[in-house]
Design a protein around this ligand. Structure first.
Ligand code: FAD
Ligand code: EPU
Length: 335
């Protein structure tokens, strides 16, 4: 639990952006967290999992706490109940579930980051969201130092959203997440290219593990690997717009795609489509750019600064607003 000073955060975020933490420490249990927060109560703090959804735009003049709470325990009281330490790696946990005959998370394979960050923005992919499997989130209140168990309902999960990203942001540190998984698979194959990919793999009656493999294949073909090129996945959320606005736009852009939205009388538009139409796909200025295979992903070609990435993001936002009248909002947490 050693506290280091002036630590480079470059290795601790998948964007690979240079920024310094005034103080930096890891914690692996509640007691360590309490000691760190009380000792450093005079400075701001922030918690990091694996840094796959943050953009540092400046040095952090406080304490960066890296969550390393580990452990997976299987509940006694019910089949398929599992409690997982927030510092476990998400994809390794998904692989563990499949090895242990527990299903539901296969479509969420290969999402980067930690288990503890998964409720934060209610991670989702290929027609599944983590909220479908979370029963409780156990989180540490940074002022009272007590642990509160939030039920699924308390979390107010939405599309890339929860109370931990909105009303309760910065107030709680998630330590464990409770899941209720399936013991009998209920495969979700309707979304995107899953069925096409399974057919290419010559699989007709897929197992959950094969669905996981198909999802991994699709993701590897589209999304840049942060080990090769800095990024944080989708930089923006897909906007939800009123049906009337969609119909008006559709007259001008007949190929504009739309998906069901969480809001009533609205549709979800793929921001990647808007960014591509506006001519930004593959754009590069200096070390910052828009990925050439997925326009929703902003990339750091090596030495971009956070300010350069943010500036590019703002230019794209302004351009889309001018061209389509749609305001897109970042998904990534800008620090
Ligand atoms: P971090 O980046 O470390 O933190 C993210 C935010 O959560 C920060 O604000 C941080 O302060 C807060 N936080 C982290 N841990 C805790 C905690 N224990 N308690 C309280 N707050 C905490 N996301 C999707 O939903 N779907 C995808 O398909 C997807 N694909 C991706 C593909 C790529 C290539 C990459 C790089 C990212 C992708 N993401 C996707 C985004 C990312 O994987 C998720 O947001 C993930 O949950 C972030 O986990 P992390 O541990 O890296 O969080
Ligand atoms: N599209 C384009 N050009 C592009 C990219 C996308 O036209 O360059 C259009 C196409 O019409 C395509 C549609 O957008 O059919 C959807 O694209 P894709 O399936 O790649 O998904 P997405 O909407 O861009 C969302 C999530 C991803 C998630 C995938 C799969 C958000 C913000 N992003 O991306 O999550 O993996 O669906 O479910 O909801 C993340 O959150 O970081 C992330 C990667």
């Amino acid at each position: 639990m050693e506290v280091l000073e002036n630590v480079s955060l470059k290795p601790f975020s998948t964007f690979g952006i240079e920024a310094k933490a005034r103080y930096w420490a890891t914690f692996s249990n509640e007691a360590e967290l309490k000691t760190l927060l009380t000792t450093y109560k005079h400075v701001p703090f922030m918690v990091l999992g694996e840094g796959s959804n943050v953009l540092f735009t400046q040095d952090f003049e406080g304490l960066v706490l890296v969550n390393q709470v580990k452990g997976i325990s299987v509940g006694k009281e019910g089949v398929g109940k599992v409690r997982v330490g927030a510092g476990e790696n998400w994809h390794q946990f998904v692989s563990w579930t499949l090895e242990n005959g527990l299903y539901g998370l296969e479509n969420l394979s290969l999402i980067y980051g930690s288990v503890g960050a998964s409720p934060m923005q209610n991670i989702g992919a290929y027609g599944v969201e983590v909220k479908q499997f979370i029963t409780n989130v156990l989180a540490y209140h940074t002022e009272t130092h007590e642990i509160h168990s939030f039920t699924n309902r308390d979390c107010a999960f939405g599309y890339r959203s929860s109370i931990f990203k909105t009303t309760h942001k910065g107030k709680y540190i998630i330590l464990w997440v409770d899941f209720q998984l399936q013991t009998v698979p209920d495969l979700q194959l309707a979304y995107g290219d899953i069925q096409k990919t399974l057919a290419e793999m010559q699989i007709t009656l897929p197992t959950p593990r094969e669905v996981s493999q198909a999802v991994i294949k699709i993701r590897q073909s589209k999304l840049p690997n942060p080990a090769e090129i800095g990024n944080a996945g989708s930089f923006f959320k897909n906007p939800e717009i009123p049906l009337a606005q969609f119909e008006a736009l559709k007259k001008q852009y007949p190929t504009l795609p739309a998906y069901p939205a969480s809001e009533a009388e609205c549709v979800k538009i793929p921001a990647g489509w808007l960014i591509e139409q506006a001519g930004w796909k593959g754009y590069r200025r200096g070390e910052a750019g828009v990925h050439e295979r997925q326009a929703l992903v902003l990339v750091n070609y090596g030495n971009a600064t956070g300010a350069e990435i943010l500036d590019l993001a703002q230019k794209i936002q302004n351009d889309l607003f001018e061209k389509f009248g749609i305001q897109i909002i970042p998904e990534v947490n800008v620090v």
